[in-house]
Structures are given as structure tokens and as C-alpha cells.
Design a protein around this ligand. Sequence first.
Ligand code: LMR
Length: 314
Amino acid sequence: MAQNRKKKIGLIGGGQIGGNLALLAVQKSLGDVFLYDIPAAEGLVKGKALDINQLAAVDGYDCRVTGTTDWKDVAGSDVIIITAGMPRKPGMSREDLLEINLKIMTDVAGNIKQHAPNAFVINVANPLDAMVFALHKIAGLPDNMVVGMAGVLDTSRFKCFVAEALGCSIRDVEALVLGGHGDDMVPLVRHSTVGGVPLTELIAKDKLDAIVKRTREGGAELVGLYKTGSAYFGPAASSIAMAESFIFDRKRILPGAALLKGQYGINGYFFGTPVQIGAGGIEKVITVDLNDAEKAELEKSFQSVKKTVDSVKL
Ligand code: LMR
């Protein structure tokens, strides 16, 4: 019987999110992990790899983590998740990271082009939509093989706050956040349900408005609490959900930043909408039917993304 070879997962960036990604990837048996960072962080990636390998016996998983500072080790990865870049600090917007993170992304994307051009690449670095745009262009990746992680994270935050407000299980919350990963993102209240009941029938308008605001500011709330950086558990789990759907051909429909080709009247920009992820990468880009008010909100979100992307000089 033909044996499937173990998948290879390259994690670019050995910080807090990178470490969580490595742990989740092996715990979920996604494949062997190569945790890469620059030579100055050699001890960090080698230490995290050893630490995770040493606990493999506890849960009995067979995938291994290798810490590396050499792109050759990442070569031929099936999946790459990019977290390399600076996180924001209190008082900063994600857009404030553009200049510094674009430099880092230029290096990372060039190495992906050289060493892992066939990988399915998931970007976490901010400002997210602009970074995916740059990654796609510089690495020359096929349109279906690159995605931004944030829709899963933003949607998960929205669901969390709804479940908290109702004191109900999050499993029964169905919700979606569209648009760019910024303060203008669009939590779709009208389309959301809990146990099949429209959200608007369960939560009063003023409380729903507060949930929408808190979702939009979900990243900033954590930046304010952590003070020295930004979220790391949520971004890791969200990226792993996408990687898992690709590796096991689950064909899940997850919100992510995909290259739009006319959807919502947008062309040539990465923007958050539901996508189907399977062995073929992004197998479908799905649009949501919006009313005029929602269309106006989405357009506002798009104009913010466009402004940042249009300022990117490659
Ligand atoms: C998030 O939403 O948690 C990330 O984009 C990090 C940030 O700066 O908010």
C-alpha cells in the first residue's frame, strides 16, 4: 500500500506565535515542523524545538520540530506560515508597522520563491492585507496558494463576545467577519445566528453595537494588556485551522484574505471573504450577499486596505 509521506511545515518567525504554531502543528500531527528565524535568534528556535520534542512522549505524537536559521531546511515545505515581523505596541496602528515589516517580508518572500515555491503560504504579519499583497507579488506565488489568516481570528473573537453576552456555548454561534484586518472590518450581525436563531432577536442593538466595536478592536485590546506585543494564541490557532484544511483536504470554508478578482467590485487586492481551503489551496472564493448598509461598511474597509496597499512600493 502506498505510504503518504509526512508533510513538511515551515514556520517563519520563532517568536511567541511561532512557538505556539509549532506546538499546535505537532499536537495535531500536521507534519514535521521547521521553525526558522534569523541567526540572532538561533537559541530561541533551537530551544523551542527541543522543548516541544521533549514533551512529545506525554501526548505520544510522532511529528518533530527542528529549529533552524538556514532556509535550506525549510526547502520544499508543503505549508509555510509567516509570523516574522514586528508586533505593534500600545498606541500604534497596524499600518505603523508597514515600513519595517515590508523589509522583513521582502526577504522572506524572496526566500520562499527560491526554496519553497510550491508551498501553500499563510501570512500572519501586519498590516495583514498589505503584507499578503507584497508576499504574493514578490514570491510569485500562484493566486490560490497564498492567504491571510485574519478572518478566522476576527470571526473567532466575534463569536467569543457573542457567546459571553448570551452565556451560551460558542459551538452554537455562527458568525462571520468580512473585510480588511483593521478597525473598519465588518462583523456581519445580520447574517449571524445562535442555535439557528438570528442574533438580532437575541441581543439588543446597543449591546450588539458594543460587541461589533470590541471585535474591531480585539487586537488592540490585547496589545493594551500585553504592552510589549500583540496576540499570539489566537493567530496561531487560526493559521493552524487553515493549514489543517489544506493538509487533510478538509475543504473547510473559512474567512481569509484572498486575491479578489471582481468580487464585491474589487480587483487585484487581498481582502477578507470566506474561502474554501483544500488540497488545491484556495479552491473557491465565496462572496456574501450584502444590503446597502453592509456594502457601505465593506467599501470603507476596502478603502483603508487600498490606501495601505497603494503606498507599498515594490
Ligand atoms: C491581532 O488582531 O491580534 C493582530 O493583528 C495583532 C495586532 O496588532 O492587533
